[in-house]
Design a binder for this molecule. Sequence first.
Ligand code: 5RP
Length: 219
Amino acid sequence: MNQDEMKKAAAEAALEYVESGMVVGIGTGSTANHFIDLLAGMKGKIDGTVASSEASAERLKGHGIRVMDLNSAGQLSLYVDGADESNRHLHLIKGGGGALTREKIVAGASDKFVCIADGSKLVDVLGTFPLPIEVIPMARSLVAREMVKLGGQPVLREGFTTDNGNIILDVHNLQIMEPEKMETAINQIPGVVTVGIFAHRGADVLILGTPDGVNKIEA
Ligand code: 5RP
């Protein structure tokens, strides 16, 4: 099984969390795309979806799946999304696709967050994957200096603008030993819109596609 097949297997296993009449929160990225494509096969069962990015909204609409505004949908029962890294406490790094702000909003509005990934995303300590931070453009160098003080090496994601009109700094060389504390500390820096650590609201279930089948870890 290659990495993409493992992502698809994880996405398939997440379908069991979808119940009749639900409005489902939908993440962003290649694993979430598998989930969207599989959800199309049962679109008559759900009431609709809330997308965490313009890209996912377009893909959902392409399948004829209803996409709703979060403000009209209210609290969601289920959010399904991928991740760039997860530890065993289901604290995550997200934002490799740059959709972290809307992902954090939809995750925060959902009762259950089912994270789907291939097995390579499970790590002991978060931070090998460069930590994405969405930043208001005028705060770029301030946030970068503050991240250097926290031990990281920030790199501007060149040629990339988020769905919210902001920039992304990818911060290398962090060893995130205390994800909740680090999330709080970075959130305090003026100009930070969202940090890609999802620890205060991590996943509730992690479904990992592996060469030996699908593994599930529950928080
Ligand atoms: C997008 C994300 C994605 O969930 C993350 O980058 C994983 O992507 P993929 O499923 O393509 O490996 O956080 O902002």
